[in-house]
Design a protein around this ligand. Structure first.
Ligand SMILES: [Fe+2]
Length: 202
């Protein structure tokens, strides 16, 4: 293989989140397995793309190449969003009544509770995807977004502060499909606000 065509690879991470409120260990175990599947698929795509580059088939007119590149956006975000989701939950949730995160969320929505109400509304949207509070470095404001699947709706140049997985696999072992609101409440009982705040740059 030529220099420059060596496939990149990413490593799956581990979390110890057993004992969360309202999100069972069984759900987490299934979810970690799904996450590892995304890691595996990203690495597979890196390999296949490197192979195509090595054989000069990395052409925009090659539908196989184009499809693999598009799939990379889905699988790669599937990895990173899950990492951010697991990273922003804890067995020891803290209060969030002051501080940089509280102020940033409140400044954009007229108060923390108003931000939370809007975030829950976004999370309650029909479909499979994510609710994410994005922090735009360009104007230091927060915008709650719906991410369809993993790749559609992410704000360019903005940092995810609070990341909630609202695919059904995130809650279907614990709640009925019609009870997504209960899962969203459970998520808020486990948010690691310090981790979220740590995502805001100085
Ligand atoms: Fe998920």
């Amino acid at each position: 293989m030529q220099a420059g065509t060596i496939p990149k690879s990413i490593q799956a991470r581990k979390w110890d989140l057993s004992g969360l409120q309202g999100i069972s260990d069984a759900t987490l175990e299934t979810h970690f397995g799904l996450y590892e599947g995304y890691v595996k698929n990203v690495n597979l795509l890196f390999e296949r793309l490197a192979d195509l580059r090595e054989t000069d088939k990395a052409q925009g007119s090659n539908p196989q190449y184009a499809e693999l590149v598009r799939r990379l956006g889905f699988e790669y975000n599937g990895v990173r969003l899950h990492e951010q989701y697991f990273d922003n939950m804890t067995r020891q949730p803290q209060d969030v009544r002051s501080g940089k995160l509280h102020d940033a969320l409140g400044a954009s929505y007229g108060g923390f509770e108003q931000w939370k109400k809007d975030f829950m509304a976004v999370a309650g949207m029909r479909g499979i995807g994510w609710a994410i509070a994005y922090y735009d470095l360009a104007n230091r404001s927060v915008t709650n977004m719906w991410i369809n699947e993993h790749q559609n709706g992410n704000l360019a140049g903005a940092l995810p502060l609070v990341v909630l997985d609202v695919w059904e696999h995130a809650f279907i072992k614990d709640y009925k499909p019609s009870e997504k609101a209960k899962y969203i409440e459970a998520f808020f009982a486990n948010v690691d606000w310090k981790a979220c705040e740590g995502r805001i740059p100085a």
